[in-house]
Ligand binder design. Structure first.
Ligand SMILES: Nc1ncnc2c1ncn2[C@@H]1O[C@H](COP(=O)(O)OP(=O)(O)OP(=O)(O)O)[C@@H](O)[C@H]1O
Length: 298
């Protein structure tokens, strides 16, 4: 990789600061990401959850090196994604990141068997045939798919195909695996099997995993879930597995900005401005008082 592109001393595996992505459609500006902050440490299994249009695919496109942000900082495994050269981008996509997509058919070649699919990415990095086969078999075994190694994808269930897809995606030992709605086409039970495979990849292969989804229930499977709203990280749910409890936080950015949940602001008819008060151990937020004539008193 080009020397200058590598940012030294970066501890998090993924670091986005004030990330902005603007699209132009028919001369209209669409701000898909509006100053998004995100930090992912090596070894994490993280979910990024947001409604349709919140900016999930845009974020994934940038972090996987397919798209380039308009402004801000995006660093993955020490690579600056704003300035990365074309040659580095190809190497980055082959070796640093792996993918599992929602559409099961998009992940695997239909005319190759399960083991051949898992072996394929290893040919790109010049691994010998015997080593490729042995690693592919190990990976299929790890995800409970050894029995299906000689079967083609169309003879496997959706959940089984996703487990082979996970084996294929981690074949070259990527630093981070991005899974875009990996359970989107599956029922709940089969979806749980796929999450078990993702957790196994995370625990046994130490692969950092970022799952992107519209389904808030995936937070049951991850320790940390980031919520994105209007192109910004707005909330964070932390789950304590031992205590079996979850705690939801609002994300406070470095400029002191946070997003109040819509349900809260609607319930108290908060609009345009609120009053703040510093207390000993918290900050109070009050709706603006309305005067007799409907005008604001402040
Ligand atoms: N190529 C593009 N040109 C113009 N606007 C775009 C483009 N891609 C995305 N957008 C807009 O950017 C915003 C964020 O889109 P994005 O696809 O990232 O959201 P998402 O959370 O992934 O949604 P979904 O879950 O429906 O895929 C939306 O308003 C979308 O219409």
């Amino acid at each position: 990789m080009t020397e200058g592109a590598r940012v030294r001393g970066a501890d998090p595996l993924i670091r986005c600061e004030n990330l902005v992505r603007i699209y132009w459609a028919d001369k209209v500006e669409v701000q898909a990401l509006q100053g998004l902050d995100l930090t992912v440490m090596p070894g994490e299994l993280l979910a990024v959850v947001g409604a349709s249009g919140s900016g999930k695919s845009t974020l994934l496109g940038i972090l996987s090196g397919l798209d380039v942000p308009t402004a801000g900082t995006a660093v993955v495994d020490g690579m600056d994604l704003l300035t990365m050269k074309r040659k580095d981008r190809i190497a980055f996509r082959r070796q640093t990141v792996g993918f599992v997509w929602a559409q099961t058919a998009r992940n695997l070649f239909p005319y190759l068997s399960a083991v051949e699919n898992v072996m394929l990415p290893m040919t790109y990095i010049g691994m010998k045939a015997r080593a490729r086969r042995s690693r592919a078999e190990e990976l299929l075994d790890l995800f409970g798919m050894a029995h299906a190694r000689d079967r083609r994808p169309d003879t496997l269930s959706g959940g089984e195909q996703q487990r082979v897809a996970i084996a294929t995606a981690v074949a070259n030992n990527p630093r981070v695996l991005f899974a875009d709605e990996p359970t989107g086409e599956l029922d709940t039970e089969t979806g749980t099997d796929v999450f078990t495979a993702l957790r196994r990849a995370n625990a046994e292969l130490n692969t950092t995993i970022v799952v992107v989804t519209h389904d808030p229930l995936v937070s049951r499977h991850t320790r940390r879930t980031i919520g994105i709203r209007n192109g910004r990280t707005s909330s964070e749910v932390l789950r304590d597995e031992e205590a079996q409890s979850t705690e939801e936080y609002a994300v406070l950015d470095r400029n002191g900005r946070l997003q109040l949940p819509r349900a809260f602001t609607d319930a108290l008819h908060m609009r345009d401005r609120v009053r703040l008060a510093l207390e000993d151990d918290h900050i109070g937020v009050w709706p603006q008082r309305m005067g007799a004539g409907g005008g604001a008193e402040g």
